[in-house]
Structures are given as structure tokens and as C-alpha cells.
Design a protein around this ligand. Structure first.
Ligand code: SER
Length: 340
């Protein structure tokens, strides 16, 4: 008899996606174990059934969690993002690749314990793509999942390889060993840049959009590190979390792939600044491009083809660019930064 409690594990719980996801999973009635390398934020802790501070490179710690809980699903969000990864590429590789491998091993162990597959949700990224500059990305248009997979950042390489690792664990794990069940049900979304009213990301390259917004809401000046005309796909956080939950609950027989693009709108940095200016007329946003960070953005697609996600699990974002600002971001940041 097992005395383990069934639960869902969320790694990187303190991060940009983690906060919203933990809250939403708890609202669905899930028992959530929130794991992060830093003390779990109060806003996240209130929704988690249990918290664990620890490093995903510490497999012993993960094994101990696996003894305590019977994980039916793992949302593996912990990662070092694209800008930070270019300062510490080897560390990024360790966290993003070895960390992911540790979580996949935990998933295999958990599946054996419960005698059923474990769902493994993995946020991949537009950073998995690599295009050679402005003309190439314009010519590529809305890229499909199979095309332009030549990432230029360590983070992008790590995410693309994480997708391959997941596919391997799902379909080919220990293929030469005696009768192997396929125990990891791996599902991945290549997220565009995300913007949240509640959290500011750290260490990413699409961070200019959320940074611009939160600076304006705090009344601070902001120097945007990319050029005004550069375009990138973005999405409101609630749509990103919805997509992950929809993919997690989709019947396996509907899924034709282990990886899906999703997109909502693809504004230029200047368009984002103008929208912010409409709501915060005193915003001081300047463009002071850092050519090296600009080049990272220019290696990512201008837009993505997400027809596979729309067909297979009914992905349909609720927020377009204008609604993202008027209905979600602006009221959210005003609440957040207005003193009572
Ligand atoms: N938001 C990520 C980054 O900028 C891309 O997935 O690194």
C-alpha cells in the first residue's frame, strides 16, 4: 500500500509562468508541490500544498520528493533564460539540460510507482529557432515547428534539445531493454515572449516588453535595449497558462506532435511603447539598442504558425494586442503599483 499523496510538481514556481500556473492548478483542485531554487514567494506559497526550496541539479532532493509524493504530472518550468545564458553558457547548459534530464528521470520513477504514465509539460521557446537576421526573418514569415531550427543562444540550443530529450523519453526510452512501457507523456509548447501584469521576468531577451510596461506603471524611465522597429511574437500570461493547461488535459490521441507553436500577436517594440504611452501619458520610454541583444531578437521569428496547436488541442488566445493592454495589463499593473 502506498501512503504517498498524489500531487502535481511545478519547478521554477517563483518564475514568471510559475506564479500564475500554481494558482490556476490549485484552483482546479490539484495538490501542487512548488519547487524553486529560491525561497517560495508568499504569492505563490498561498496556493501551493507544499513547497520545496532546492536545486533541480540535486537529484537526491528530487528523489526524496518522489518518495513523499506520487506525481501524476510535472510542469518543468525552471530554466536560465536567453540573456543570462549568454553570460554563463555552461551553467545554463547544466540547469537547462541536466536539470531537465533529472526531472525526466523523476517522471520515469513516478510512473513506475503509480503504474501509469506521468504527464511532463515543458515550456520550450521561440528561441529554439534561428534565423540569420532581419531579411531572413521577414522572408520566413510565420514559421512552422519543423523549420529554421538553428538556435544561436545556449538557451535556445538547450530548449531544442530538451524537446528531443522529451521525445526520446516518450517514444524510445531504453528501447533495447526487455519490455519497456512508454511512461513519460511529454508535451511541449514553444512560447513567444510573455507579458504578465503580476511578474517581471529576469534574464530573458524578450524582457524589454514587460520591463517597459512595469517601468511606466512605476513612473520610472526606461531605456529599451532593442530597436523600435523590431517585431516579435508576444502573448498575455493568462493565455499562455490556459494553453499549457489545455495541452495538459488534451486526450493523447488528439496530439499529433510533442511540440507546438503558439502565438497571439506580433508587435514591434515601438508599437508596444505607443500603447503604453496611451495609458501612461507621462511614460518616459527611450530606445537605446544594445546591438548584441538586438541580434538575439533578430535570430527569432517575427511570427509563428500555430495552426497545429489550434487543431490538436483547441488553442485560441483570448487576448489580442489591444485587449491585452486594455483588459489585462493596464488594470493589473495599476492595481499592483497604486498605493492604497
Ligand atoms: N522569454 C525568453 C527569453 O527572452 C524566450 O523564451 O529568453
Amino acid at each position: 500500500m502506498s501512503s504517498r499523496q498524489s500531487a502535481v510538481l511545478v519547478t521554477g514556481a517563483n518564475g514568471e509562468i510559475g506564479h500564475s500556473l500554481v494558482r490556476r492548478l490549485a484552483a482546479q483542485g490539484e495538490r501542487v508541490v512548488a519547487l524553486d531554487v529560491r525561497e517560495i514567494d508568499a504569492a505563490c506559497r498561498v496556493h501551493a500544498s507544499a513547497t520545496q526550496v532546492g536545486d533541480i541539479l540535486d537529484f537526491g532532493m528530487l528523489q526524496r520528493l518522489g518518495v513523499q509524493y506520487e506525481f501524476g504530472a510535472i510542469f518543468h518550468l525552471a530554466a536560465l533564460l536567453s540573456t543570462r545564458g549568454e553570460f554563463q553558457p555552461e551553467l545554463a547548459h547544466r540547469v537547462n539540460v541536466e536539470g531537465t534530464l533529472n526531472l525526466l528521470r523523476l517522471a520515469v520513477d513516478a510512473a513506475e510507482t503509480r503504474g501509469a504514465p506521468v504527464k511532463f509539460l515543458f515550456p520550450s521557446s521561440i528561441a529554439a529557432y534561428g534565423l540569420k537576421g532581419a531579411a531572413a526573418r521577414r522572408a520566413a514569415g510565420r514559421v512552422r515547428e519543423e523549420d529554421h531550427l538553428q538556435p544561436e543562444t545556449m538557451y535556445g540550443c538547450n530548449k531544442l534539445y530538451g524537446e528531443h530529450l522529451g521525445r526520446y523519453y516518450m517514444h524510445h526510452y531504453k528501447r533495447l531493454a526487455a519490455a519497456q512501457a512508454h511512461v513519460v507523456d511529454f508535451r511541449s509548447i514553444r512560447f513567444p515572449g510573455l507579458i504578465s501584469a503580476d511578474t517581471v521576468p529576469s534574464g530573458g531577451t524578450s524582457d524589454y516588453a514587460p520591463e517597459m510596461l512595469h517601468a511606466a506603471a512605476r513612473g520610472e524611465e526606461y531605456n529599451c535595449f532593442v530597436r523600435e522597429d523590431v517585431r516579435l511574437p508576444f502573448m498575455a500570461m493568462p493565455d499562455a497558462v490556459d494553453a499549457m493547461l489545455q495541452l495538459a488535459s488534451a486526450p493523447a490521441e488528439n496530439l499529433t506532435s510533442h511540440v507546438y507553436n503558439i502565438g497571439a500577436f506580433a508587435p514591434s517594440a515601438g508599437e508596444i511603447a505607443r500603447l503604453i504611452g496611451e495609458h501612461f501619458p507621462s511614460a518616459r520610454i527611450h530606445f537605446a539598442p544594445d546591438e548584441r541583444r538586438q541580434a538575439i531578437v533578430e535570430s527569432w521569428p517575427e511570427d509563428v504558425d500555430d495552426s497545429r496547436a489550434r487543431r490538436d488541442f483547441g488553442f485560441a488566445p483570448r487576448f489580442d494586442l489591444v485587449r491585452t493592454f486594455t483588459d489585462y495589463l493596464i488594470p493589473g499593473v495599476k492595481r499592483r503599483y497604486t498605493k492604497p
